[in-house]
Design a protein around this ligand. Structure first.
Ligand code: ADP
Ligand code: AMP
Length: 219
């Protein structure tokens, strides 16, 4: 089923994204860091001051999980609870649709913060095969902080978030997934000179001051 989806997807993407990219090719900033590093918090602040649209892979997957007609709802629920990375065919399809819908509504909205993606080799390969030449990855914002800070922030968030994965058991797994699967992707971009590393253990405003300096410089 997933194979079929991916097949259909690669046929559709050239036509749809090609059409919107005639207007302006999507400019993408990947936003990475451990669970609770503050990616979502900083993305919201960036959106307030810069012309970016924030797309969170986690949020899109949670929305899809909640959609009644979704054929992937249960699968996504299981992966999220286990802190595992959902198959790329699902995630990239959600991202692509969200990008297209944004640009269709307003052709000037071609700058995207893609938060929580690419999270592993599979994500990266999926992106390269589906989006290569159709979107430009400008750079990566890497919010860096210790596992302990990440866990404490998520446990605090868990008091009100209602998230099924903001508990100690899921968090241990999410941290392992982050260290084993996502860090190597950040290292890979680092070797290409594309990573801006930000010390995310400081206050929200201190972190944002660094973010602003980077965005102002990158243009
Ligand atoms: P992520 O998107 O990386 O999972 P969030 O932005 O949701 O992380 O932040 C996780 C939790 O930590 C939230 O409850 C948020 O309010 C809090 N938080 C985010 N940034 C900071 C910070 N710099 N200092 C303290 N708490 C923070
Ligand atoms: P987040 O909201 O970024 O903390 O992500 C919550 C969960 O959603 C993760 O632990 C994964 O199960 C899933 N998820 C988020 N981003 C991705 C992605 N890029 N690929 C696959 N699964 C993802």
């Amino acid at each position: 089923m997933i194979g079929r989806l991916f097949g259909n997807l690669s046929q559709k993407v050239p036509s749809l994204l090609y059409r919107v990219s005639l207007v302006m090719k999507p400019q993408v900033v990947f936003v990475l860091g451990g669970p609770g590093a503050g990616k979502g918090t900083q993305c919201s602040k960036i959106v307030e001051s810069y012309g970016y649209t924030h797309l969170s892979a986690g949020d899109l997957l949670r929305e899809e999980r909640a959609r009644e007609e979704s054929e992937f709802g249960q699968l996504i629920a299981n992966y999220i609870k286990e802190g595992k990375i959902v198959p790329v065919e699902i995630t990239i399809n959600l991202l692509r649709k969200a990008m297209e819908a944004t640009m269709k509504k307003n052709e000037n909205k071609f700058r995207f913060l893609i938060d929580g993606f690419p999270r592993n080799e599979d994500n990266l390969q999926g992106w390269n095969s589906v989006m290569d030449g159709k979107a430009d990855v400008k750079f990566v914002l890497f919010f860096d902080c210790s596992n302990e800070v990440c866990i404490n922030r998520c446990l605090e968030r868990g008091k009100s978030s209602g998230r099924t994965d903001d508990n100690r058991e899921s968090l241990e797994k999410r941290i392992q997934t982050y260290l084993q699967s996502t860090r190597p992707i950040i290292d890979l971009y680092e070797k290409q000179g594309k990573v801006h590393t930000i010390d995310a253990s400081r206050s929200v405003d201190e972190v944002f001051a660094d973010v602003k300096a980077i965005l102002d410089k990158e243009g």
